[in-house]
Design a protein around this ligand. Sequence first.
Ligand SMILES: Nc1ncnc2c1ncn2[C@@H]1O[C@H](COP(=O)(O)OP(=O)(O)OP(=O)(O)O)[C@@H](O)[C@H]1O
Ligand SMILES: [Mg+2]
Length: 406
Amino acid sequence: MALEYGTSPVGAPGAAAPTSYDVAIVEPDARQRMRLGTALSTAAQFGAIEELVQALRPGRPVVAVFGPGLATPYGFQQVNRLIASHPAFGAIVAVQEVSTPLLQAALRAGLRDTVALTDSGALAQSVIRVGELLAGVATRTPATTATRAAPGKLVVVFSAKGGVGKSTVAINVAVALAHRTDENVALVDADVNFGDVAVLLGIPPEHTVVDAVSAVQYGDVELVRSLLTRHRTSGLLVLPAPTEPMLDGGVAPADVVSVCQTLQSMCHIVVADLPPQLDEMALALVEAADVVLLIGGMDIPSVKNLKIGMQALDLAAIAGPKLHLVLNRANTQVKLDVREVEQVLGLRAEFPVPSDIAVPISVNAGVPVVEHAPDAPASRALDRIALALLGPDPTATKRRRRDKHR
Ligand SMILES: Nc1ncnc2c1ncn2[C@@H]1O[C@H](COP(=O)(O)OP(=O)(O)OP(=O)(O)O)[C@@H](O)[C@H]1O
Ligand SMILES: [Mg+2]
């Protein structure tokens, strides 16, 4: 059977526009093959890799979707050989359940994407994306894939103590930024073991920062982009942490920095939410950052820990003018006042964020407070941080789409 079709992989036969790539399904099991054939109605079907090889047309780009029967170490080996010997060949694997080990094995074998068999929409989208990339006709809107002339800004959200509001600030500032600019904004959950960005934004952590590390190591920028999940209401591009803590020591800080730098090549601003520990990860990201939002609380342990943490990391020396103090719950009725905190830390409380009941209410609703209650005092304070990060450049800002979220 020759790959002699030239139509889009989705839609009713005849209705789709011609494309400049072929699509093939390879799966030994006839029932699974049929299932894939239903999702990709115009694709040619093969029971074995050898059959596909026989049908390849020289010089014609091919997107091959491999079924679960080939998602084995041996199957990936065969696919890897095929990729190595055919330059215009894009491979996707469709499996019952996408897991991190499987995704990593697929990336190592050179596959472009791993999708769930049950999600026929995602499968069709993935085929189109890979096909367009291969054919060099990807519809790259500048706001999604173009590599920027200058890298975007890396903003890290950092504290020396847990539970002071890092994630609250990181998420809401990132969402506010995404609303305010037409350019791409990304949020990376660098708290790789206990990050809760995905839960707080109500998005499924399908692909994570760990997968992006593998993709960066593989040198595939487009693949990194495809691993981002778009937050529906704001358009924020999110790279969540894995749902399970990493028992094998996790990922190397330098690799997470590389992921952020890759995202900076395609985004106006990249926000990273950091873990509470003052560890190598925090240090590496603080060093790589353009802006460090240091989150402090209004209680004595918070201020004390922040002071000790700043000294331990020699933060003033590393970060210097990059440091900006966000004083969370700045209105809390405690014995400290803002000026005392500023004196102890040697920093001006540039961004006070009040304690606000709207914050926990929005968490329960699974919606960031800047969207759930845009006029709440905390939302306004968080939005002010976003505005300051965007700076005075009027081309980078747009009218806030508040009405949509009322
Ligand atoms: N300004 C605020 N007003 C009211 N509640 C807040 C405010 N900021 C944070 N909170 C609440 O405080 C708790 C801790 O916040 P958050 O998860 O953002 O802290 P964190 O520093 O990221 O914690 P961790 O170190 O565990 O990652 C959350 O329940 C959050 O809803
Ligand atoms: Mg957090």
